[in-house]
Write a protein of this length. Sequence first.
Length: 362
Amino acid sequence: MTSGDHSRSAGDNRLDYRSAGVDIEAGDALVEAIKPLARATTRPGVLGGLGGFGALFDPKAAGFVDPILVSTTDGVGTKLKIAIETGIHDTVGIDLVAMCVNDLVVQGAEPLFFLDYFATGKLEVAAARTIIAGIAEGCRQAGCALVGGETAEMPGLYALGDYDLAGFSVGAAERGTLLPRDVTPGDTILGLASSGVHSNGFSLVRRVKEASGLGWNADAPFAPGISVGRALMEPTRIYVPAMVALHRAGLLKAAAHITGGGLPGNLPRVLPNGTTAVLEATWPVPPVFGWLARAGGIAPEEMLRVFNCGIGMALVVADPDAAIPLLEAAGEQVWRIGTIAAADNDATPATIRFPVPPGWPA
């Protein structure tokens, strides 16, 4: 068979990557569009910039003497379905960063850098830039650098308009300063206000919204003047600056990021055996949770198990009179929500005791 047997005329259907659904030029355009966003998040320790095969970071240049590295990875979950259906893409990047860096700071670590993974069926540069701008904003709030990431265009795996996000963050703490530590009976539990539902429980949230019969553009019953979609897309609060300041002041013993599992599932994770967290419903529950409970017929115990119910971070401190002003000065709403008590047996796993008042949340 000669080479002529394989020749094609100009009208033949030749295949290329773009015809298969992947646009390399669009990917290159996105990289150029987000370089300024990444540069705006730089911090001491960052070496180089976007475009290499890997990102470099020098903990010594960030001020650490003997650092322990702490890493986390997470996503946004099915909250992305609301972003896709409403076209509200500017906040999910903040959610992505928050879910990672809030998990770092509860271990006593300062977030240093962040990488993202963005996957879609067809890359739309404008929408992707909006999403990554949110990631950069989350990094700015957390004081960490956006040092790289991956954009994957995968036609056939994602439907047109669909996308997914994952994040990865690394932080550091000086050796000997990791949390939790020295939690004892008599310590006070403080609660930091959440900004709303945050990024957990959205499979149930979407079911409640469907049962309510409300459209995404309808006025939210729990947030007058704001649409249901926009209100539910309120991004996860980033607690890093306040908690880093509290830890550096020597006032923080333990902290729990209140995500899936709520207070009952997360607070015991940072308490030692032989202790019980005795909580009281002393904080105002945001209206969104009352709406979810009523519209979905969700029992109080289930609300507490699935949602943060207004407390996005639980802190254990020995000196609340010193801790509360520091946290408030950093912009946090703070409530005393309980105390640490001794269990009957030192070997008993940490538990939580929270008698739910009738009709709570309301």
